[in-house]
Design a protein around this ligand. Structure first.
Ligand SMILES: [Zn+2]
Length: 213
């Protein structure tokens, strides 16, 4: 597998009702035909997400796509069906469906799990003066999705935080009983322990931050 560290989101710029009633595979075949007509070896995107949230595979992941000039190496291209007449600052749901929102977030999660080196999720409009995908990807990523459960709500995270809170609290009581220099030293020790705890929690915090981004 080629090294992958970036995901770029696109839209097909088709109308919302384009070929409605036909199967996703038939729509993907048509997009593949358009791209081959441009002289490309295959469809340019690695995934296409239909209006109903169906995720279809395009070009195999181990092959470099053709979707964003200058950034195809190391990236995966995902295209949402729709977006005709959209502008770069539209809201996601001005042009796309809730099913597509959920499907895209799910696919991003899955791909980030599969390729831990992924450190950027962008839109085509981050790299050229285009509307594509018809919304601001970083703003959309920061928005909350009803389909996601925050890691902060998970019981294991809550338990870890309670544990840290308890040890810091216990330390504070003990420090109050000391005097002068001993107190200063003890405060320093507690600080180091707290930093250590945050360091240990880092991965979980990062995961949580990704979730709300
Ligand atoms: Zn695009």
């Amino acid at each position: 597998m080629r090294p992958i560290n970036h995901i770029v989101i696109h839209c097909t710029a088709t109308r919302a009702d384009w070929r409605s009633g036909s199967k996703t595979s038939a729509k993907v075949s048509e997009i593949r035909r358009w791209h081959k007509d441009r002289g490309w070896s295959d469809i340019g995107y690695h995934f296409v997400i239909d209006r109903d949230g169906t995720v279809a595979k395009g070009r195999p992941l181990d092959r470099i796509g053709a979707h964003v000039k200058g950034h195809n190496t190391g990236s995966i291209g995902i295209s949402l069906m729709g977006g005709h007449g959209s502008s770069e600052n539209d809201a996601f749901d001005d042009n796309f469906t809730l099913a597509q929102d959920r499907a895209l977030r799910g696919l991003l999660d899955k791909l980030q799990g599969q390729f831990p080196a992924i450190n950027r999720i962008t839109g085509h409009n981050n790299f050229s003066a285009k509307a594509c995908p018809g919304f601001n990807v970083s703003r959309w990523l920061k928005g909350k999705s009803p389909a996601r459960e925050s890691v902060m709500q998970s019981t294991t995270t809550q338990a870890s935080i309670a544990q840290i809170g308890a040890s810091v609290g216990g330390g504070a009581t003990a420090i109050a009983a000391l005097d002068g220099t001993a107190q200063l030293v003890a405060v320093g020790v507690v600080g180091v322990i707290a930093l250590l705890a945050i360091y240990i929690m880092r991965e979980r915090i990062k995961k949580w931050a990704r979730g709300i981004k």
